[in-house]
Design a protein around this ligand. Structure first.
Ligand SMILES: [Zn+2]
Length: 99
């Protein structure tokens, strides 16, 4: 699943690299400042890629997985647009104040 080399034999934690446009395995990620993604988060990631919206919307995520995926999406959109999204900040404020 690494964007830079063939996948390791066993599923493992990875990291997300906006610059590489995908997941980076631990050997490739060493020394770089990347967003760590735990194996359960990667499993949800794969699930999201292969399912339809009616199935995805029923998914219930634990707080850690939700936070990792949200951070990943935020980093990637910020990287692609080369600036912070005001709408992303707005959504974070709503979510923070609705808890
Ligand atoms: Zn790699």
């Amino acid at each position: 699943m690494c964007a830079l080399r063939p996948p390791p034999p066993e599923p493992t934690d990875h990291a997300f690299s906006p610059a590489e446009g995908g997941l980076i395995c631990p050997p490739c990620a060493s020394g770089a400042e990347l967003l760590p993604l735990a194996l359960p988060t990667l499993k949800v990631w794969r699930f999201l890629l292969g399912e339809t919206w009616p199935t995805v919307r029923r998914l219930r995520l634990d707080a850690h997985t939700h936070r990792q995926l949200t951070t990943c999406l935020h980093l990637y959109t910020t990287y692609l647009l080369e600036r912070e999204l005001r709408s992303a900040q707005f959504l974070r404020e709503i979510l923070t104040h609705s808890r």
